[in-house]
Design a protein around this ligand. Sequence first.
Ligand code: HEM
Length: 440
Amino acid sequence: MSTYLPLAVPLYGPDFAADPGRVYARLRAFGPVAPVEVSPGVSGYLVTDRDAALAVLNDPDVWSKDPRVWESGLPADSPVKPMMGWRPNALFNDGAEHRRYRSVITDSFSRIEPHDLRRQVAETADGLIQDFAGTGEVDLVGQYARPLPLVLFNAMFGMPPEDGPRLVAAMGGLFESEPEHAIKANEDFGRYMDELIALKVRQRGEDLTSWFMDHPAGLAPEELAHQVILTMAAGQEPTTNLISNALSRMLSNPDYYSSLSNGARTARDAIDDVLRHEPPMANYSAHYPRRNMQIGSTWIAADSLVLISYHAANTTPDGYDGGERTDGGAHLAWSSGPHACPVKQPALLIAITAIERLTSHLGDLELAVPRESLQWRPGPFHRALAHLPARFGPITPQKTGVTPWSSSPSSSTPPAATSTESPVSSASAGRRPGSYSPAP
Ligand code: HEM
């Protein structure tokens, strides 16, 4: 049931991408919730107030995550279906079904030791860095922050290293504006998934897919595929944005830049700034009220689309000086309530390690353009840089082995490129550093 809202403010166009703060200020004039359009003709409500957001996120008896009634009013080819259409996974289900799906993901991630994950991220990072280290220039989104989570997931889910580039190309293609590219990417991704699951049916390993399969929840084959896809899809976009948004801050702010050697401000500080002021997922947590509901003075019909703006909620004026919150209170970048991100700690570790690895190998890294002129990708749900061009003094990758670097200015933890100690890292132990080519 897609409601038409005459005053709906579009969230999908270039205006929102260029200056979301101005759009949130306009939305706040409606009260704690405002009418918005997430795609032409697809409207809903956006909660911009922190307390109202927490009330929705933490009251599953009233607010459902199941979109089926709402989406029955959407055209079959609606562009929002991939992000919002129902599937048998943790994100789109409530209650016991949700807990069952979610336990598969949380229990499996809890089997990964942080030091193994850190080593795995370092190996992945080094392989990517090696591909551009000799050139002196890089797009840190396209060549680093975007492929990194996918090359990592390829290994964590138990696919051979040579399949990493396929996954990167297929996932990248899903967001192509040319429909034929997106269709081909979708087919490629389907083939990748079929092969992954067939491989693990034949031979289990110490990897997430095998742990999902053998989890006591007893997922049916279709459910298994959907939890794998959800984990990869939910992990990729926000982790990419967390890494690239944080890097853009670090490389444009002397407090961080000088700290690469002095230790004044750290990658973790940049990440905390991003989580509060520029959350990687800007607006999401689609909910649907089970009955007619009122938020502030706005009545919302049952089964309408209600989204949470983590970004606007984080920056809700605190009422003291009319400006942004000053109390240092918890932000909502990971959401809240039963559907809050279940992989927060691993995701933080991935982002911090990826940033530290890059800045320790390329100690003179700098932005190639001022931060103010960077382009942000349009879209209602994310805060995502289109590109992050940077330059540095080239370094020469060496042959596969102990360390891929001929000069490693401040690296204190050289990569273990052929480590076999970790069950997780063993999945990519044979990866040839430098073998990855970024998607075109
Ligand atoms: C390894 C990386 C990550 C993985 C595998 C992952 C996985 C997931 C999964 C499976 C869910 C659905 C949970 C549920 O419905 O019960 C989820 C939700 C969420 N995640 Fe993550 N995530 C990752 C990184 C991140 C990052 C970096 C952020 C942003 C800082 C983030 C923000 C969120 C938010 C806001 C939700 C709630 C979405 C909603 O309810 O609509 N995640 N994540």
